[in-house]
Write a protein that binds this ligand. Structure first.
Ligand code: KG4
Ligand code: ZN
Length: 339
């Protein structure tokens, strides 16, 4: 079983070691946060507490399992909003203790990093582009708990750039999916926006200059008619994709210097749900002669199945965690250790 509660989704899933997702039940708090234009940590923690039991029981019911049928219980132990992480962790530890099951403390980023192995036959080592609301980074995935960090954002995460710009456009939270939808009707060449760090010989990201330019453009050219809004969304999405493709090229170069046998590019995190971005990245991997693996949309956004799967990856290597494991608000991928 896997439990996810690090942001605004309470999710629980039962996944088998031969890659069957028996259940993946999610309660999303979207409506509770929408009025504030972003996730409010206090509200999130309370909502997790209210929903966790219902969600876990629903996952067990759907999987037609009893707790004693489980092999292990995994839960996100960080990084994330600590109130929610504590709720999921304590619930998982409770199940583990009551039913004498092994407990696994899962790093949320690692779960995104390994999801593609649940849905596709992906071999190590691969290059990972993790793009979500809180994270934006390139990592070489050598094995579970073995990661080499190559580059990350020096300011905002890419999902934040979508969400903050969407807020200025009056779109609801999260704005990423809305911008993708509106962009379909727009002309991506209409507005020219900056691409910070373009062609720089490293694979860090920066989105603050783009965000500022977008704000100024919206202020100067607004209020937008429908067609203006669609054109803006298309231009903004294209600029973000140009940035991601340019940075991915650099990342391939850096990754191959360290690990010549990179088998694939894998994407993870909510922004990887964007179909336009997927197609653009596919162009890059074709040139690099490796496949692109993108999990289905429902497994790109936060979900319990990815936590359960990360649990499987470690559990079959004979690993588990002590019930003393403390939840961590910050927890870089390189700091995952098992004895
Ligand atoms: O991984 P995730 O569900 O939560 C975090 O761990 O952050 O990612 C959420 C982020 C939000 O910023 C949301 O706007 C973005 O992913 N997102 C998208 C799309 N779907 C979700 N961004 C662009 N296009 C999408 N289709
Ligand atoms: Zn996430």
């Amino acid at each position: 079983m896997g439990i996810e509660s690090s942001c605004d989704d309470t999710s629980a899933a039962v996944v088998t070691s031969d890659k069957n997702i028996l259940s993946n039940e999610t309660y999303t708090q979207l409506i509770q946060h929408q009025a504030y234009g972003g996730v409010v940590p206090e509200i999130a923690a309370r909502a997790h507490l209210e929903q966790i039991q219902t969600v876990v029981e629903a996952a067990m019911l759907k999987a037609q399992m009893k707790y004693e049928d489980l092999d292990a219980v995994a839960a996100t132990a960080g990084p994330g909003l600590i109130g929610g992480v504590i709720v999921g962790t304590m619930f998982a530890k409770g199940i583990a203790l009551a039913h004498n099951l092994p407990y696994l403390a899962i790093n949320h980023l690692e779960a995104h990093a390994l999801t593609a192995r649940l849905t596709h036959d992906v071999n190590f080592p691969y290059l990972l582009l993790l793009v979500s609301g809180g994270h934006c980074q390139f990592v070489i995935v050598h094995a579970p708990a073995e990661y080499t960090h190559l580059g990350s954002t020096i300011d905002d995460a890419v999902g934040e750039a979508f969400d903050k710009t969407g807020k200025l456009l009056g779109l609801g939270y999260p704005a990423g999916p809305q911008i993708e939808k509106l962009a379909k009707k727009g002309n991506e060449k209409r507005f020219s926006l900056p691409k910070p760090l373009h062609k720089q010989p490293h694979c860090n990201f920066s989105f603050s200059g783009l965000k500022t330019a977008a704000r100024q453009l919206i202020q100067n050219e607004g209020p937008f008619e429908d067609q203006d809004l669609w054109d803006f969304c298309a231009s903004f999405q294209k600029t973000i994709s140009d940035i991601l493709c340019d940075r991915t090229l650099q990342a391939f170069q850096m990754a191959r210097e360290k690990e010549p046998k990179i088998t694939a590019l894998v994407t993870g995190g909510g922004v990887a749900a964007n179909q336009y971005i997927r197609e653009r990245l596919h162009g890059v991997t074709k040139d690099q002669h490796v496949p692109l693996f993108t999990p289905p949309i429902e497994l790109c956004v936060d979900n319990g199945a990815m936590i359960a799967w990360a649990g499987v990856e470690h559990f079959r290597l004979g690993r588990q965690n002590s019930l003393d494991f403390m939840p961590r608000p910050r927890w870089p991928l390189e700091d995952i250790h098992y004895d």
